[in-house]
Design a protein around this ligand. Structure first.
Ligand code: ADP
Ligand code: F6P
Length: 322
């Protein structure tokens, strides 16, 4: 049986990561295993920045946003020589297994470490909800609530002033925060990579809304698609709506994790340690039809994204403002 395990968080931080860390540490301790935390993701593994923790460390962190053990991006981790240093540091401390909380980039590192002799289990931690074979990722629900709260507040002011607002939403190539945010706020217009409305189409739609005297318009756009300020200027020039742009940005990443986030993160943490106890590695944990499942990392990296076009169409149909 394994005696020592470590946990790290990698990639963009996400609310709920601390609940997963707490669950990993507590589950390890309750099984007589020594838990270690790694500082700042894969960088801590390479720089030998690890420490053994106790129950006190894990108490009362689950309600905190961010990640108390730090996160980082380390592109050099793709190089085998760099990963060899990480393996050597783990072996020095007799750490036989690792839980990696992060997104699909982090999973690739975990998969490679497993092949190099350290069993790794990945827990989906990213606000983007872009792990295709899990119904949710830790951080998504909290970020979505932030998006919804922000758009609700924007609605108060644009409704008062008869305006339009372009709201740019993070998600790194995944439109879920924009789609779910638009659904939960009744945004009249929304565009993502998966269901793209061009600048011309967005402007034409704002003109139509102006022609029927629609009072306020939210244009929710996923990041990396448009220059939001330029789009706002064009909407103002062509539709007649006074228009501004708000980029939500990193506000989406912080904040107190929601109850559901903590719930699933805790169960993911328990599940991950149990998989390691069974001697498994190279797996990620996901949620499938409300059940936690463990699948091999390779299959999740190659899985096709769910087609949500029916959902997009249904929400567009009811949010058109007439
Ligand atoms: P996320 O895990 O949120 O998708 P990134 O894509 O930035 O975030 O990946 C986080 C980290 O995972 C990277 O900075 C790097 O250290 C590691 N990583 C990403 N891709 C690979 C890969 N192909 N091989 C090894 N490590 C990787
Ligand atoms: O993956 C999380 C995320 O917040 C994405 O939504 C966004 O594109 C990216 O990270 C931003 O990265 P950084 O914090 O490095 O600016």
């Amino acid at each position: 049986m394994i005696k020592n395990i470590a946990v790290l968080t990698s990639g963009g931080d996400a609310p709920g990561m601390n609940a997963a860390i707490a669950a990993v540490v507590k589950t390890a301790l309750s099984n007589g295993i020594k838990p270690f935390v790694v500082k700042d993701g894969y960088r801590g593994l390479v720089n030998n920045d690890l420490e053994e923790v106790d129950l006190k460390f894990a108490q009362n962190i689950l309600s905190k946003g961010g990640t108390v053990i730090g996160s980082a991006r380390l592109p050099e981790f793709k190089e085998e020589k760099v990963r060899e240093k990480a393996i050597a540091n783990l072996k020095k401390r007799k750490i036989e297994a690792l839980v990696v909380i992060g997104g699909d980039g982090s999973y690739q590192g975990a998969e490679k470490l497993t092949k190099m002799g350290i069993n790794c289990i990945g827990i989906p931690g990213t606000i983007d909800n872009d792990i295709v074979s899990s119904d949710l990722t830790i951080g998504f629900d909290t970020a979505l609530n932030t998006v919804v709260r922000s758009i609700d507040q924007i609605r108060d002011t644009i409704e008062s002033h008869n305006r339009c607002m372009v709201v740019e939403i993070m998600g790194n190539g995944c439109g879920d925060l924009t789609l779910y945010g638009a659904t939960a706020t009744g945004a009249e217009i929304f565009s993502t990579k998966e269901s793209f409305l061009s600048e011309d189409e967005i402007v034409a739609e704002t003109k139509r809304l102006k022609s029927i005297n629609h009072r306020s318009v939210v244009v929710a756009v996923a990041e990396q698609l448009f220059d939001s300020h330029a789009l706002a200027k064009r909407i103002q020039a062509e539709s007649g709506y006074e228009t501004r742009a708000t980029i939500l940005g990193h506000i989406q990443r912080g904040g107190t994790p929601t109850a559901m986030e903590r719930y699933w993160a805790t169960h993911f943490g328990i599940f991950a340690v149990n998989e390691l106890l069974k001697g498994n590695g190279g797996l990620y944990i996901g949620l499938s039809e409300n059940k936690i499942v463990a699948r091999d990392i390779e299959s999740t990296l190659n899985a096709a994204r769910k087609n949500k076009s029916e959902e997009y169409n249904a929400i567009r149909k009811i949010n058109r403002g007439n």
